[in-house]
Design a protein around this ligand. Structure first.
Ligand SMILES: Nc1ncnc2c1ncn2[C@@H]1O[C@H](COP(=O)(O)OP(=O)(O)OP(=O)(O)O)[C@@H](O)[C@H]1O
Length: 613
């Protein structure tokens, strides 16, 4: 309705214009007819005036003439007509006039009707529009009214909210004030009560203080008793340790008396650089005297049944992967002391490549520190310290070091000129006094730890010469560090000489290496020869100890066994480190090394004797 109302309003003027047009046309026709009728009426009236002065007949004639004259004047100048014609004409004119009048009236009536009709239709058309307009107006007014009432309501609400806010603020202020007042009152009451209870509290406080003091005293007493107990525990632990040490020493002495070569086993940790991180399952156990390790291996039978096979080995000491260099050294320190006491001591490391022989003997190839230093630097350090101690008892010591390498069954002087390798022949001699010497070896006088470190650096450098890398060369040759100690006690007129041999053997897995050619084949054959000779020597020594025979021991079969003759079967104090890898992929090689070490452990050698000059 709202949308159609303006349309109707828009169309109304056009319709009005159309109706006005037709009314105008009728008016124009009426106007022209009226002009014509007025001219005619004027003529007739003129004619009548002219006729009136005379008699009736004369009047008519005059009138006719005048009319004729007037008509001719009015229309055109015509020929004078007869009265009859004029009358006739007049009658005609009158008839015409009547007809015109009638037409006029008719037209007028028609026009009026037309007007009325058009007005009515207009009215009809306008009426609904007006009604709509009215409706719209009413709607507008209603909406306006609603808007106004809403506005009014909103205003009222706003006013109410503002009033409520004011009320709320007043209320909260009032409540805050009230609660504040209540708190003040409460606090005042509490203060009052506290004041009243103060004497009781102070009495209770004193009582508490007294009890606290008593408890403190009791605690102190307990502390004292605990400290005493702890001291007792420490001293008991100490005496237990001492007892264990004594038992071990005793055991060592028994072993020495029996002539056994002692064996220490060391398991290296899994390294980040190891390709496979899967390790062998190893169980460790120990009693007061020996340590045992048990390797576990899962075996599948032909029928697919899986069983776990265990391999158990007992050695004098077993060092777990977590054992530090210093812990390892603690157990060989007494041997180093023996070298100062005039014994020949030999410590050698056996194991496959990468099992930690060089690490044990010297320390890591990089980042050597006080913690990671191996057995050689620690031994020298200890010897220096002991020499200082023994000075107080009148002993003067000198130390000399030699470092050789057995590579392809040839001895190289690691402290000499590497360009002369293979050109200089080094001979091994065993003296009657149990001393072994090698000819043409450079001897370094070790008067300070610094000279020792310089010597080790030079030996390592020479060992690396000609090899693709040091680790490779170290696994393909045996290295022997010899420390000779000569002591003289001026006041006691006593002398003593000791020897400490520290041997890092070639990788034992090389024994199984096959398919090598050229230089590698030669190396493999040489390592095979020396390590299998070592095995043969151990085997023969074992047999001798079992049968109590003194059968031939094939020391001369390799440079290594010949060099170590006095250490293996002689009067030396010998200790072997069997280094093993923790990795599952090296399980078989580990097993071989442990079996070999067990045989070495069972070997009986001659009783150690002090070396004489
Ligand atoms: N107990 C250990 N703690 C930490 N790292 C070790 C330990 N034992 C060995 N390693 C590391 O394992 C790697 C191999 O050790 P090492 O070179 O001593 O073996 P190796 O048996 O002497 O080998 P090769 O026969 O080739 O001379 C080195 O990187 C070494 O630093």
């Amino acid at each position: 309705m709202n949308r159609s109302a303006p349309a109707i309003e828009r169309n109304a003027p056009a319709k009005r214009r159309r109706l006005d047009g037709s009314a105008n046309k009728t008016n124009a026709a009426l106007h022209s007819y009226r002009s014509y009728a007025s001219v005619r009426d004027q003529a007739i009236s003129n004619a009548n005036q002219k006729k009136r002065p005379t008699g009736r007949q004369g009047t008519v004639d005059t009138y006719s003439k005048n009319v004729q004259h007037e008509v001719s004047n009015t229309a055109e100048e015509e020929e004078p007509e007869s009265t009859e014609v004029v009358c006739q004409r007049l009658i005609e004119l009158q008839a015409m006039s009547q007809r015109a009048e009638q037409l006029h009236a008719k037209n007028k009536e028609k026009l009026i009707r037309l007007h009325e009709r058009s007005n009515q239709s207009l009215l009809k058309e306008i009426q609904p529009q007006q009604a709509k307009i009215q409706e719209l107006r009413l709607e507008l007014e209603r909406i306006q009214g609603q808007a106004d009432s809403k506005k009014h309501r909103r205003k009222q609400q706003e006013d109410e909210i503002a009033a409520a806010k004011v009320r709320e603020e007043r209320k909260s202020k009032f409540e805050t004030d009230k609660s504040f007042q209540a708190t003040i009152e409460k606090t005042a009451k509490a203060i009052e009560q506290t004041k009243l209870g103060l004497p009781t509290l102070s009495a209770r406080g004193q009582d508490l203080d007294k009890r606290m003091h008593e408890k403190d005293m009791a605690l102190e007493d307990v502390r004292k008793r605990r400290a005493t107990t702890q001291q007792e525990i420490v001293s008991m632990e100490k005496s237990l340790m001492q007892a264990a040490q004594r038992r071990r020493k005793l055991y060592n002495t028994i072993q020495e008396l029996k002539g056994n070569i002692r064996v220490f086993c060391r398991v290296r940790p899994v390294l980040r650089s190891d390709k496979s991180q899967q390790h062998t399952r190893i169980r460790y156990s120990s009693d007061d005297i020996t340590d045992t390790l048990e390797l576990e291996d899962d075996i599948s039978s032909m029928l697919g049944k899986r069983t776990t096979k265990k391999y158990s080995f007992t050695f004098d000491r077993i060092f777990k992967p977590s054992t530090s260099q210093s812990e390892c050294y603690e157990d060989i320190a007494y041997l180093v002391q023996s070298a100062l006491d005039g014994y020949s001591v030999c410590i050698f490391a056996y194991g496959q490549t990468g099992s930690g022989k060089t690490y044990t003997m010297q320390g890591p190839s990089t980042d050597v520190s006080v913690e990671t230093a191996g057995m050689i630097p620690r031994a020298i350090e200890q010897i220096y310290d002991l020499i200082q101690e023994l000075k107080k008892e009148g002993w003067e010591y000198t130390m000399e070091g030699q470092f050789l390498e057995i590579y392809n069954e040839t001895i190289h002087d690691l402290l000499g000129d590497p360009t002369t390798y293979g050109k200089v022949k080094h001979e091994i001699h065993h003296g009657k006094n149990g001393r072994t010497t090698v000819s043409q070896l450079k001897t370094v006088h070790l008067d300070s730890p610094a000279t020792l470190h310089a010597m080790l650096r030079k030996a390592n450098f020479n060992r690396a010469t000609g090899a693709t890398n040091m680790n490779e060369r170290s696994s393909r040759s045996h290295s022997v560090f010899t420390l000779r100690l000569a002591g003289f006690n001026r006041s006691a007129k006593e002398t003593c000489t000791g020897v400490l041999n520290l041997v890092d053997l070639a990788g034992s897995e090389r024994l199984a290496l096959s398919g090598a050619t050229g230089e590698r084949l030669k190396e493999t054959q040489a390592i095979n020869k020396s390590l299998s000779s070592l095995g043969d020597v151990i085997h023969a020594l074992n047999n001798n100890s079992k049968t109590e025979n003194n059968a031939h021991v094939p020391y001369r079969n390799s440079k290594l066994t010949y060099l170590l003759q006095n250490s293996l079967g002689g009067t030396s104090k010998t200790l072997m480190f069997v280094n093993i890898s923790p990795l599952a992929e090296h399980f078989n090689e580990t097993l071989c090394s442990l079996r070999f070490a067990s045989k070495v452990n069972a070997c009986r050698v001659e009783l150690p004797k002090r070396l004489l000059k």
